[in-house]
Design a protein around this ligand. Sequence first.
Ligand SMILES: *Cc1c(COP(=O)(O)O)cnc(C)c1O
Ligand SMILES: [Zn+2]
Length: 490
Amino acid sequence: MQIQAFPKPLQPHLIPVPRGNLEYACLACRGRQAIDKLLYTCPDCGGVLLIENRDDRFIRNRRGAFWQRLFDYRRLLTEPALQGIFRYHELVAPILSLPDVLYLGEGHTPLIRANPALTRQIGVPFYFKNEGQNPSASFKDRGMACALSYLRYLIRSKKQKDILAVCASTGDTSASAALYAAYLGESIRSAVLLPQGKVTPQQLSQPLGSGATVIEIPGVFDDCMKVVEYLSEHYPVALLNSKNAWRILGQETYAFEVAQALDYQCDRLALLVPIGNAGNITAILAGFLKLARYGLITKLPKIVGVQSRHANPVYKYYLEPVPGRRAFRPMAVQPSVAQAAMIGNPVSMPRVIELVERYNEWSGRRNVFVVEVAEQAIMDHMLLANRNGHIACTQGGESLAGLVRALEEKKIGRRETAVLAATAHALKFSGFQDMYFQNSFPPEFEVRPRKALQNAPRTTGGELPPRPADPAYAGFVERTAAKVARLLKL
Ligand SMILES: *Cc1c(COP(=O)(O)O)cnc(C)c1O
Ligand SMILES: [Zn+2]
């Protein structure tokens, strides 16, 4: 729709201009740093950073209802830079101008309501938010679109040139980083470090196809992360892991979209999200807090993080009810079907600790929880979801298993509605489905298939078709149809 056709009072605001004053805020020493350089940790104390807008008067000067309306109307614009996460430009990275914005089709993923049968079985109405419908088929594209737009801004403003972007990955970060870097072409090269044998073949094919340098390291994700952190401290490389606070800003849009899709009504709403490196839950907490601060929502939804028993350091941390007595202990992980979340030492843990506190405080009660689920439950619930029309990956299965657990533990009540993150597309993790169907999980996964959820192709047998012109062809069709009819018990 053309600008003249929008309501007059909104017209001057539809296309945003660069504004605000973003700064890195250190969660450890509370120091602040300018954003004219890409920083991952505080140069003074090594603490993790979040990005804050120190000059947000232009947002505060208007009511939440104004921003709701503006974001709703922006859906009708055709400007490419505002089709994705930058629909919420003012709330994401308002210092960027539209030519900086890199848009590859990310964001605005659908909320798919569970059908009546599945709703009855689980006990509450719920939706999957299909993050697998992002361009590289996971939610990582939200953060990457923001981080790479910022790099483009640095390149354009001559603050940096010829960037080598690196990341460690459980599979999806690298797929996304390689895709977005490939779009930017010459000015940026990407290299990804993967734990050897611990990403799926589909996830490995993605950065290779995008032309990234792929380096496999024996070990698990946590080992790759340490190597990448060392690289970023000793060499001129741009780190694209969620330690990079620009990623968090982009991923906050998940919260904005959920709120917008529900007409900003977050009462009796619970979000379930798998926790790995804890970037996503950080972004969701920060995103909803932002919406509340600027008056777009009046109630904060409940947030429930989900971890597998095989990689549960955040769950264990919150088992201790007294905040002063909690102590974070990194752990060695065991093999998990929720492989993208198989992380024993999440880099965003200090962010989680701080934001959970702020979130509960704003809510006036405990409003963030973490539950733990078994590997078996993850697989069973992924298959159950997909047998009811969803496209959940194993981590999406983890979200559903987490919902069931949270209902059992009464952390979610029967009158609430849930939104579950299906963080990637089912196809990326089809190998785990194969192992389930073929009962070939190595024992350490502790997964045994349930007959009712198994599936396998059947065959009509060995008879090869003659050429269609052959008079015998009709007989082949008839015999094969009869076999199919028998298989279908027609
Ligand atoms: C990265 C990832 C996760 C974990 O998210 P964090 O932000 O690391 O907690 C979960 N699911 C999928 C599919 C992922 O790619
Ligand atoms: Zn610091």
